[in-house]
Every structure is written in C-alpha cells, then in structure tokens.
Design a protein around this ligand. Structure first.
Ligand code: URQ
Ligand code: ZN
Ligand code: ZN
Length: 480
C-alpha cells in the first residue's frame, strides 16, 4: 500500500494541538493517534518533535494573470511549486473575464492554464460586467463547475471595475445561488481622479501610487460593499484589507451581526509604505500593488483584527511582475503593473511575526493560514484540518529553525522579494500534498500537473433557508 506515517510530532489544528502520529493512506489521512504502527510498505517520516499542521490554503493568488498590458511571471506551475516550498498546499485563484467576455469562456480558459498546477486549486470568478448572460453563467458556474464565490473589483476604472449596478445585480444573484460575493474594495473613480491629479502635479514616480490610494479610498468602498450586502442580506468577503479604517468597518458590521469576512495579506502585515520613497525606481515599483502598503501603524490594527477574530484569513495576492515589466510605468506610475509575490513566504513571516511574538497561538496560526479560509469557501474538512478522511495536505514545521528570506533563494520566478532580508524563526521542513512528500529539507519535488481542480459546493441550502426565515420574520405591519 502506498502510504506515509508521520511519527513523533505534535499535530496542530485550529481547535487543538496534541502529540499524535498521522497515518496517510493514498491521498487521504487514515488515522491520527498516538503510537501508530506503520503497515507494511508504508514510508515513515520521523517528525522528531516538530509540529505537524494542515498545509496552508492561500485564498487569493493570480498566477499568470494577463494584466495592465503584460502577464504575471509566475504561472500555475511555478507559483504553486513556490507555495509548496513554503508549506502552502492549496490556492484559490481568480478567473477575470474582460468586460463583455462570457464568464464561462473565461472560466474554461483559466481551467486550461491551471492544468499545469503542482498543487490543488480552485477559482473565484470575477463579475466585471452585467447582463442576462452573466446572470445565467453564474448559475452554471455554481451548479455545474463548483464555483461558490464571485469577485468584484470596485477599482480599475475603464478596465475590470464593477459599478453599483453590477455589484447589486451580482450580489443578489450570488444570494440566490448560495455563493459568496467578494470585493476588492477601492473607489475606482477616486483612484482615477487622484492619479490624474498626481500626474498633473508632476508626480509620475512610484511615490504617486500610495498618494492616489489613501486609506479612505479603500474604506469608502469597503463600507459601500458592506452596506449593499446588508440591504440584500447576502454575506460578504472583503479581500486584502490593508488599513485600520476598513478593518474597523468590518468589525462594526460583524458586531451588528452582519456576516462579513475580512482577509489580510502577509505583505500588508509586514511591509510599509516607506518602500515607495526608495529613490531606486525598480525597488519602489516592485512594491506597487493595490491597495498599497500603508504607514506602519496600520499593521498593528490588522494584527488586532486577526487576534480578535474580526479578520479571519490571510493570503498573499501573489501576482508577480519582474523589473522589466514594472518599467512599463517608468514615466507614469499608473502604468506600473500592480502586484507582488509572497506565496512561499506567507507561513514563515506569519509564524515569525505572529506566533513568536505571542500575537497568535499555533492553533490560531492554523486558523488564519488554512482552516478559516477552508470553512468560508466550503472546502472544510477536506482542506484546512488534519483529520481522518481529510486530504493528506500536511506541513512539518520546525519552530526553532531560522531562514533569511531572499530573491536569491526563492522559488518564484519574479526578480524581487518584498520580504528581502527578513530572518524568520520557524520554517517548513517538509510539505506533503495529497499524501506525497513534495518538499523535503530544501529539495522541491513539485510535479507539473499534479494539482487537482477543487470544486467548492454552494451554500445554497443554508442561505435559502435563512432568506426564507428572514422573509417570514419581517415584522407584521404595525396595527394602527
Ligand atoms: O487587485 C488585485 O488583487 C490583482 C489585480 C493583483 N494586483 C494587486 O495589486 N493587488
Ligand atoms: Zn485586488
Ligand atoms: Zn488580487
């Protein structure tokens, strides 16, 4: 039998940590208990007291994204391979149709691109325009293709920006289908006007990027999306929450009982906006992503969101453009392709800045790097937990080992590392993907095409029942 027994470790799930062995048979976990014996033919991996955790789930990546006149350099193979080297075993990427492009056509195109993935992957599908055809395609994607989340870019005017008509129609359709609307929350009109203002004032370098996207540009959109979702009674997931104002808006909505979820990027927790003032264009442009990296004090507010549970997931928004591509915007920062890397570093920087500082327990680390995203996007308990019957996606973690993160050693194809020079304590030594050791002590054995497409069932039965109940509970007209 092909199997793997991971012996002598401490299993850490989001709900508890305990000394236990993990027996994998084929692609799934067969048993988790103390003192398991290896059946004949099963490989034994001695954990030697290390931690044994669910492989990371990154709910926000853009492998080989065609964007701003170029294509992200990490494709579905190199990007997922880099993730495996960092302990991330699943991603949820994005299908982003051009306006007027059928959602189904874009979806099949992206499925073809992702065939080469080395790790498991799912897709959020972006709604970048509205029509009866979009309405119909959303239904097909949910009912036949296992898509249960739809993305809305409130930024990127004259490109993929969704206006309020699209937001309201699409959110309403998502509720009908039992799917989760998600948003990139920045006011695209404000960005457009502020960018123009910067250029008119002669500010054409990367320093213009954060100046044209201040936190209020993000929090206005976050609050608008939260209000639309509240009126329509549909849940909402806000991606890459980067500033205190948006985090507070989500916390207020949740305190009122509204079902809103927030995601934080590893970059926004560790990197600040001083990077844009680097006189070296290449270094500053390498950090151009949206929302931009913020003044340092926002980071503490994002950590508090994760610690308090008002923000639930972490991601990377891995969308990599090399210096030669970023140079498209050398004369005009509006043309710098937006995006940075991070899929290999996410778990290490979060462990180092989160667990080693006492902000997060190891179990809370598992919650924000895998379990919560798996639950929100309906992949749990297949992903996000080590339990009998779950996929054997496992990371062996050495909390004592150190590593200095650098472009010189990273697996990503991009020629920059926003965590350059960070020395972390706590690193993955082994990654197991559906029962196979794909990374061991620096030896990456990522296999092109080994990744599987992850169908994510809708939440329809729950939402529909809730919607009906809400209807019934509408207060009767007050008797005069
Ligand atoms: O906006 C996104 O999430 C994509 C286009 C990646 N780029 C970025 O700057 N975040
Ligand atoms: Zn975005
Ligand atoms: Zn993104």
């Amino acid at each position: 039998m092909d199997g793997l027994l991971i012996r002598g470790g401490t299993v850490v799930n989001a709900d508890c940590a305990r000394r236990a062995d993990v027996l994998c048979e084929g692609e799934t976990i067969a048993a988790i208990a103390e003192n398991l014996t290896a059946p004949a033919g099963v490989e034994v991996l001695d954990a030697g007291g290390r931690l044994v955790m669910p492989g990371g789930l990154d709910p926000h990546t853009h492998m080989q994204l065609p964007f701003m006149g170029t294509v992200a350099v990490d494709d579905f193979y190199s990007g997922t391979a880099a993730g495996l080297a960092g302990g991330t075993t699943s991603i949820i990427d994005f299908v982003i149709p051009d306006p007027r492009e059928r959602l189904l056509d874009a979806y099949h195109k992206w499925r073809g691109w992702a065939d080469k993935a080395a790790a498991d992957y799912g897709f959020h599908v972006a709604v970048t325009w509205w029509s009866e055809q979009v309405h119909a395609d959303m239904g097909t994607l949910v009912q036949e293709e296992g898509v249960n989340s739809f993305k809305h870019f409130m930024a990127y005017k004259n490109a993929i920006m969704a206006d309020d008509e699209t937001l309201v129609n699409s959110f309403r359709r998502a509720l009908e289908l039992g799917a989760m609307p998600t948003v990139h929350a920045e006011n695209g009109e404000l960005v457009f006007q502020l960018q123009k203002q910067m250029i008119e004032q002669g500010i054409s370098g990367p320093e213009g990027h954060p100046l044209s996207r201040p936190p209020a540009v993000e929090s206005e959109a976050a609050q608008r999306a939260i209000a639309i979702a509240d009126v329509l009674q549909v849940p909402l997931y806000v991606v890459h929450v980067s500033c205190a104002e948006s985090a507070e808006a989500i916390a207020r909505a949740r305190a009122r009982g509204q079902r809103v979820f927030g995601e934080v990027l590893a970059g926004h927790l560790l990197v600040d906006e001083s990077a844009y003032r680097n006189p070296d264009f290449t270094a500053a442009a390498a950090h151009v992503m949206s929302p931009p990296f913020r003044p340092k004090w926002h980071q503490e507010m994002l950590w508090r969101g994760l610690q308090s549970g008002s923000l639930q997931t972490t991601a990377t928004d891995h969308c990599t453009f090399c210096a030669s591509q970023k140079a498209l915007g050398r004369e005009d920062f509006r043309k710098i392709p937006n995006g940075c890397g991070g899929i290999e570093e996410r778990l290490m920087v979060l462990w180092d800045a989160g667990v080693n500082t006492g902000r997060l327990t190891p179990s809370e680390f598992v919650a924000v790097t895998a379990a919560n995203a798996a639950k929100i996007f309906n992949l749990y308990p297949r992903k996000g937990v080590l339990a009998a019957g779950s996929d054997a996606d496992i990371v062996l973690w050495d909390p004592q080992a150190t590593r200095t993160l650098s472009v010189k050693t990273q697996r990503s194809h991009v020629d920059y590392n926003v965590f350059e020079g960070h020395t972390v304590t706590g690193v993955p030594t082994h990654t197991v993907s559906r029962g196979k050791i794909v990374y061991a002590d620096g030896d990456l054995r990522a296999e092109r095409g080994a990744g599987r497409y992850l169908k994510r069932p809708a939440f329809a039965p729950v939402f529909a029942a809730l919607a009906r109940k809400a209807q019934r509970m509408k207060p009767a007209a007050v008797a005069r």
